[in-house]
Every structure is written in C-alpha cells, then in structure tokens.
Design a protein around this ligand. Structure first.
Ligand code: PEP
Ligand code: MG
Length: 587
C-alpha cells in the first residue's frame, strides 16, 4: 500500500543558489520557520507590563543563546566566523528595533506579533538597498527575530536532537546557530527558501563543508517531514521525491564526488606535474586563516588568493592594524614554508558608507565605481593599516602582497608608493618585516590585461581574476541571472586576452597565475596549460580535479590545442575541442 503511494509521488525539482558544494541524499527534516506572522493577541492593559517583562526575558535568553553560539563557532571555525553571532547580538540590541517592538507591546500587541511586525518593517527598508551585501543582511535580521520568537513561544530548543543520521534540513531560513547544531548532529545537508551567497549561514555551511542550496523560494511549503530529498550543492538544485532514475544518477554522482574527495588524499603526495614533466602549481583560494590551516592539512602547497574582505564584514568600524597582523600571521604560519598571497581590500563603496568614510550610499555602477584599489587609494590611512599588518606578518612566513582591480600604471605606482611609506614607517619603529616582499597585481580589468607587459615592470607577479575580467570584457554583470548566458570563459576575446597576459608576464620575466573561477574548472585546464599558465589558485575542494587533469596531459599536446583554438576563433569549436580532450583523458 505504502509502496504504491511512494510511486505515485511526483518528482519536484527546485532551482536555487549553490552555496556549499557536495551531494546529499536523505530525508526531509522540516525545521520550524516563521515565514508567516504569528497571530495577534490584544493584551489587556493590566497585563501589558507582564508582556513587556516576558519580551525582555526572551531578549536576555536570546542574547545568552547567541553568546553560546559565538563560543561554539569560535572553537570550531575561529574568530572571523564567530563574528556572525556577534553581529546578531548587535541587531538584537539595536535601539531602533527595540523601541519599535516595545512601542507595539505598550499599545497592546502580544510580543511575538510585535517582534514579527518590527522585523517586516525593517526588512522593507533593507530590500530597497542596491548593494547585495546589505540586502542580504535581511537574513540576519530574520535569524534574530526567529530566535526571539522561538524563545518567546517556548518552541525553541529545536527538535534537532530527534534528527536521524540521513536528515536533510529543509527550512524557510536557518540561523548560523541552527547550522552549528546540525553539524553536531552530522546532518547531511540543508536547503532553505531564502538566503543569498553572502548570507552568513551559507558562509558557515561552507566552512563546515555541509552541502547547501539556498534561495529555493517555496521549498519549505512543498515538503513534509520524511519526504525523500536530494541536495545538489554543486549545481544549486533540490529534488523532492526523486524518481528511481534520479536517485541512481545522484548515487553515482555522490560516489564520484566522494572518490574525488578521497582522490585528494591519494593525490596529496604525488607531484603536480604534466606527463612530460612540467611542474604546475595548484594553490588555494581562501577567506580566513582557519581555512589556511585546513588547506595545509589537505596537502595544498600555498595560498594563491587570500580574500581579506571577511575581516571587514559585520562591523561598523575598521579592523585595526593589529587584527590584520594577527590574521595574516596565523595564515602564513600554518601554510609555511609555502607562500600566502594576501590580496588587499576589495570592497565596494557602500560598506564604507556604513563605516562613515563616504558621504553617499549609492553609486550608479558600483562594479565600475569606488571599489578595491581605487577605494584604498582614496583612503590611504585605511590602506596603510592593512599593508602594515601584512608587512609585519611577513616576518612570520612567506607572504606576498597583491592589489585587486589595477587598471593602469599610475594607479599601480600610487599603491607601491603607499607600500613604501608603510615600509618606511615600520623601519622607523624597528618593526621586522620581509624587506623583499613580492608585490603582485590581479589582472581583472581589460585595460590591465592589454598592458600586462608594462605593468610587469613594476611587479613581481600577476594573477588573473577571470571572474571580473570576463564581466568587464564582455560587459556582463557577473551576478545578473538575465545576462548570465553571455558570461563565457571561452569567448575568443577572453582567450586572446589570457594569451596576451600570460605572454606579457613571461616576456617580462615575471610569474603569472590565475585565481578566478575559471582556474578551478577542470574543463578549461587543458586550454590554460596550453596557453602557458603555470600556476592555478582554486577553491580547495577543486584542487584534486585540477591536479588530476594536469597529471593526465602533455604540455606539448596542450600547446597544439591552444594554438588551434586561438586560430579558429570560434567558441563552439573551442567547446567541441575541449570536450574531445575531456573524453580522451577521461578525468
Ligand atoms: C576574480 O575577479 O576573478 C577574483 C578572483 O576576484 P573576486 O572574485 O574576489 O572579485
Ligand atoms: Mg575580482
């Protein structure tokens, strides 16, 4: 009887954002969510003070819970991640939020309803912001209110303890605290209706390596506890009631994924070199010193891109020189004797508005506006604090500095002048640093790509940021789904630019690397090798795949392939040629 019922269920596929890689096959565990407003109850005048006390007790309890989360995250993932819980306490105690909620309670609303209504009102104003990062802060606000309502209604103490070992959490939204609790239960994965790439739960999930898909819109309304579900954290898909064929497909995918994971273990001690003996470096892209530690354990020999933006998130002040120093020192020490390439701040203008540095919170074209090195040159004091932190850390490991979004020589010279000033100030203070620290630039703006040979005179290395290079060359916003079909790493213009950058660096006698996502996709590895790329910096999870391709090909063959691709100038033929290679090397 039951069997017939299962067979009758229709497979439902939902598309969302892939925020944490991996495949999970299991059963739905529907977490409590508050996507609907709790019911309104009019509180009689004489009981309103009691309702207010109930609210204040819940605020206190919520703060205690967040502090406990902070400690757990701190122990497991380190300070940078723990700041997420810290940010939640700031939201919880925000005077405007508190006042609005308490006013509603004074006027007779029950506390749960007052909290929900206040949250709704604040979310409307966050939604109107243009910057993705700030819009995503609505999820933090929702996290805080969810926790507060949980504590008010006594429904808290999530039923996570009753989870089975094959549970996949489905929820409207999850707090980072939920994510941590899940990890302790060895949850297989999670899927939520809302959330973005920069939502904190997504960041924590990545840190823990839990497969996750967010932004699935109405998943939590569709599924029931115990439904079969598959999470494809590589493609951003959730499949409810999967058909037998789908399960079979994903079981295979899971095996491949697992093998690749294990493959990393096996490949760990094998040299990263081609069949004809050319050594190729595969380094890691990271966001925090804790990740540096993990990559070192995985046998990855160095950090090719340390994005330092994470240090600036969830706060209204600037990180101090000391914080910079401690973070970079920790990363460099765990990666030592290999190198750590620290990229200086790459943030847009809006964040700095919050930090009180800018007078405007809006730019018409933020991607083309006051971002990255431009911002740093406008605020040299801020820039020098970071640079001094990097320089001081260079006394403790092999550190290199890299500037993002360089577009011309004058800009590069201006950055280097500030670097010299920072060095001089450290010399005067008798602070130790690597006097010969290497300096590089990301090549991610077309103007820089075209003049790589000229920039190279002022640099020790370049690293190609294809995420931005493709966006700027093809005039395709890298986060706009409507034009995503135009975002093409094998557009002939991109391939020609890559060739020009790599040749420019080689002729000038400096190293060239690639740290954009193109470097981490094994489909493009044969082409990149053929174009002369000798260093790949990729998300740690991708490194095994790239190393496998490297070990399966001969550079001489790949050069022939790249020549053919450059000559044909046709993206479809290029795709066909790369598919052929993929079949031939079978990795
Ligand atoms: C890039 O643009 O390719 C890059 C690596 O930098 P980000 O993705 O941080 O802009
Ligand atoms: Mg970039």
């Amino acid at each position: 009887m039951n069997k017939t019922k299962t067979e009758e269920k229709k497979e439902i596929r939902l598309n969302g954002a892939a925020v944490s890689a991996g495949i999970a096959i299991g059963k739905v565990f529907l977490a409590d969510t508050y996507q609907h407003c709790p019911p309104y109850r009019e509180i009689p005048k004489e009981l309103r003070q009691k309702e207010m006390d109930r609210f204040k007790t819940a605020v206190k309890q919520t703060k205690t819970d967040f502090k406990a989360t902070y400690t757990k995250i701190y122990e497991r993932l380190g300070k940078n991640y723990a700041k997420i819980a810290d940010a939640h306490i700031l939201i919880l105690e925000d005077p405007a939020l508190q006042k609005k909620t308490q006013d509603l309670i004074k006027n007779g609303s029950n506390a749960e309803y007052a909290v929900y209504k206040t949250m709704e009102e604040f979310i409307v104003s966050l939604d109107s912001l243009q910057d993705e990062y700030f819009r995503d802060r609505r999820f933090d606000l929702q996290d805080v209110c969810k926790k507060l309502i949980d504590n008010l209604s006594g429904q808290n103490k999530s039923k996570l303890s009753s989870l089975g070992s094959d549970s996949i959490i489905a929820a409207h939204n999850l707090t980072p605290a939920d994510t941590v609790a899940m990890r302790e239960q060895f949850i297989k994965g999670f899927a939520t209706d809302i959330g973005g790439k920069t939502s904190h739960t997504a960041i924590v999930a990545r840190g823990f390596g839990i497969p996750a898909v967010v932004g699935l819109k109405n998943l939590s309304a569709i599924v029931k506890n115990g439904d079969a579900i598959i999470i494809d954290g590589n493609r951003g898909i959730a499949i409810v009631n999967p058909l037998k064929e789908t399960v079979a497909f994903y079981e295979k995918e899971f095996e491949i994924w697992n093998d690749e994971y294990k493959g990393l273990e096996k490949l760990k001690d094998l040299p990263s070199e081609t069949k004809d003996g050319v050594k190729i470096a595969v380094l890691a892209n990271i966001d925090s010193p804790e990740e540096a530690e993990n990559t070192a354990k995985q046998g990855i020999k160095g950090i090719g891109l340390y994005r330092t933006e994470f240090l600036y998130f969830n706060r209204s002040d600037m990180p101090s020189e000391e914080e910079h120093f401690e973070n970079y020192k920790k990363a460099a020490e765990s990666v030592s004797p290999f190198e750590t390439i620290i990229r200086t701040l790459d943030l847009g203008g809006d964040k700095l508005f919050q930090m009180g540095l800018l007078n405007t919170d809006e730019e018409n074209n933020p991607f083309m506006g006051l971002r990255a090195i431009r911002l740093c040159l406008k605020f040299p004091k801020m820039f020098k604090e970071q640079i001094r932190g990097i320089l001081r850390a260079s006394a403790f490991g092999k550190i290199k500095i890299m500037y993002p979004m360089i577009s011309g020589i004058e800009e590069l010279k201006a950055a280097n002048n500030l670097l010299e000033e920072a060095k001089e100030s450290l010399r005067k203070a008798n602070e130790k640093f690597d006097e010969n620290i290497e300096v590089g630039a990301m090549i991610e703006v077309p103007s820089a790509a075209v003049i790589t040979d000229l920039l190279a005179k002022e640099l020790d290395f370049v690293s190609i940021g294809t995420n931005d290079l493709i966006q700027y060359t093809l005039a395709v916003d890298r986060v706009n789904e409507d034009v995503a079909y135009l975002y093409d790493p094998i557009h002939p213009s991109i391939i020609r630019l890559l060739k020009q950058i790599i040749d420019g660096a080689v002729n000038a006698g400096i190293k060239s690397a690639m740290c954009g996502e193109m470097a981490g996709d094994p489909f493009y590895t044969p082409l990149l090798l053929g174009l002369g790329l000798k260093e790949f910096s990729v998300s740690p999870i991708q490194s095994a795949k790239i190393k496998k391709v490297i070990r399966a090909v001969k550079i001489s063959d790949m050069q022939g392939l790249a020549d053919e691709i450059l000559k044909c100038g046709d993206r479809n033929i290029t795709e066909e040629l790369l598919n052929n290679i993929k079949k031939t090397i079978n990795v």
